[in-house]
Design a protein around this ligand. Structure first.
Ligand SMILES: *[C@@H]1O[C@H](CO)[C@@H](O)[C@H](O)[C@H]1NC(C)=O
Ligand SMILES: *[C@@H]1O[C@H](CO)[C@@H](O)[C@H](O)[C@H]1NC(C)=O
Length: 372
């Protein structure tokens, strides 16, 4: 009897511990817990410059402020899809992706155009030429205020703490777009798209039936069911020649009209995107554990989700990679789950821990009752 009392007390404390943690996310304020890329498998970016060096990255610039970005850019194995940026203190502070300038695509009249189109510059910025003379374009996001990447001094208008900022020009002191941490603060230009399991509720800038295809904005955002920012991504028209990197691993997602439901609600899309030769590619960058980005209230689905997605980073255990296949996802019922409204779904893993705690408590009180 006494032992069960102890167990109950322990579980109560355990349960409170969880609720404490969920209601007081103080340790999350300064930085994102982890930044992982959904490449077709999960890949966690090194949180520190020192770790990046150990994992075989090389530093590209030695002066913190460059014309194209602020911070120290790192690259590994010719993978230019997601290059981490570290701040003066060696902390992960941003990410830059580079796309080649030799792709072809379509405008709103289904005419062939050069990519990337002028209409999406910025945030796409003209970058540098590679050794073959081909021009590359970059897009860059920062995880803290851009003015604090190369300077430790916080000012009234540049407060420390985690965030998401998209670079929108060559003068980073002023040329950036601040992304709200809560979806309720998004400007109405961001159109709500589907909620997709393990990705969250997607928002696309200006995306609707009338959008000319050359204006397809390269940044999208995803928020969890409670409206908290969880991830963002790039999406570009076309298909790059360097679809796979030299390491043979990380690749972009690639979508055609048939596989659009991987990220889009097809009823929102302009007709030029339905052109059968139209294609897009991109990448998801998670700022939090993707398992929190659920879309449905159903306990079964939640359990399924939690069980089916180990988060082992590939850099540590390559043999246990989680392979994600866009086709599997678009063929499963999961993709249709967004017909449940995002706003009606409130279940998060945090509440799940509450329920788990309560279940434990219930079981224990049952045990107590049965004791002689
Ligand atoms: C472009 O192609 C799509 C799909 O084939 C079609 O629905 C649309 O009407 C075309 N647009 C124009 C302007 O021709
Ligand atoms: C979704 O929202 C619409 C309008 O807000 C509502 O009519 C509909 O019943 C909701 N659907 C679900 C599944 O909750």
């Amino acid at each position: 009897m006494a032992w069960c009392g102890h167990v109950t007390a322990f579980l109560t404390i355990f349960c409170f511990h969880f609720s404490e943690e969920s209601s007081m996310p103080s340790r999350y304020i300064d930085r994102w817990e982890k930044v992982s890329i959904r490449y077709g498998y999960w890949y966690e970016l090194p949180s520190y410059q020192s770790t990046a060096f150990k994992e075989g990255y090389r530093r590209i610039n030695d002066v913190c402020k460059t014309a194209l970005h602020h911070g120290f850019l790192f690259e590994k194995d010719g993978n230019t899809k997601t290059m981490p940026i570290y701040d003066l203190n060696g902390n992960l502070a941003g990410i830059q992706s580079s796309i080649p300038g030799n792709m072809k695509g379509f405008n709103s009249l289904n005419q062939s155009i050069d990519l990337p189109p002028l209409e999406i510059m910025p945030p796409v910025l003209k970058g540098t030429r590679d050794h073959k003379g081909m021009l590359h374009y970059t897009v860059t996001a920062y995880f803290k205020h851009p003015r604090l990447i190369c300077s430790p001094i916080a000012t009234a208008d540049a407060s420390p703490g985690k965030g998401l900022y998209i670079q929108t020009g060559f003068d980073l002191d002023v040329d950036f777009l601040r992304i709200p941490l809560e979806s309720k603060n998004l400007s109405p230009l961001w159109k709500k798209g589907p909620c997709l399991p393990l990705m969250g509720v997607h928002y696309f800038m200006n995306l609707d039936f009338d959008l000319p295809c050359e204006k397809l904005y390269p940044v999208f955002l995803t928020y969890d069911m409670e409206g908290k920012l969880g991830a963002f991504g790039w999406v570009f028209q076309g298909r790059p020649h360097n679809f796979y990197s030299n390491d043979g691993l990380g690749h972009w997602f690639h979508l055609t009209p048939i596989t659009y439901p991987f990220i889009f609600d097809t009823s929102m899309l302009p007709s030029c995107m339905m052109n059968s030769k139209f294609q897009v590619f991109g990448i998801h960058v998670f700022l939090r554990d993707h398992r929190e980005m659920v879309c449905t209230k159903s306990m079964d689905k939640l359990l399924q989700t939690l069980r089916s997605s180990p988060i082992t980073p590939i850099s540590q255990i390559p043999s246990q990679r989680t392979i994600i296949n866009a086709d599997d996802i678009s063929n499963s019922n999961a993709v249709n789950d967004y017909s449940d409204n995002a706003s009606t779904c409130h279940m998060t893993s945090v509440r799940w821990t509450h329920i788990a705690g309560l279940v434990y408590l219930c079981l224990c009180s049952l045990l107590l009752k049965r004791m002689p």
